[in-house]
Design a protein around this ligand. Structure first.
Ligand code: SF4
Length: 145
């Protein structure tokens, strides 16, 4: 990859991303539908992927193919990320949040009415930082100390 391009910059079309990952475009679309990934969407609705997206998808592929975790299993793991703590939701917001009260889907898959309504999930640290390979485990370790 060109070193002048930032890792988070969405530059790859869906067909290029699929080719680089050695998976089908259909699989990439399915990951998006399932809420595992949030590609960048142009105004034309065309999806673009960054190198960080590709790394994330590779992590998902490894979880599925090597650790034998199902897509629903990955979604449940993502749903355990304490987003309310990371973005500092108030107790009142937590009470009304479907994500805070659910345990099967990542927070970014909900239609939020609270503080998250105005936020961009794709650039939120809950999505970018805490759902990458390795960081969920580190997070769990840090809260259990
Ligand atoms: S902005 Fe999106 S990713 Fe961030 S905590 Fe809210 S729902 Fe989750």
């Amino acid at each position: 990859m060109n070193p002048s391009i930032k890792k988070t910059e969405p530059v790859f079309s869906i067909s290029t991303a699929a080719r680089l990952l050695k998976i089908s475009v259909h699989t990439l679309r399915m990951y998006e539908r399932e809420g595992l990934i949030i590609p960048y969407k142009k105004k034309s609705n065309q999806r673009l992927y960054s190198q960080a997206d590709l790394d994330r998808i590779q992590c998902i592929r490894d979880a599925i193919n090597q650790a034998k975790i199902s897509i629903n299993g990955i979604k449940s793991i993502y749903s355990l990320i304490p987003c309310w703590d990371i973005i500092k939701c108030s107790a009142e917001e937590q009470k009304e949040c479907a994500s805070f009260n659910g345990a099967h889907n990542p927070c970014w898959t909900y239609d939020h009415k609270n503080v998250c309504k105005e936020r961009d999930c794709r650039t939120c640290e809950v999505y970018t930082k805490y759902s990458q390979c390795g960081t969920i485990k580190e997070l769990i370790k840090s809260v259990s100390r």
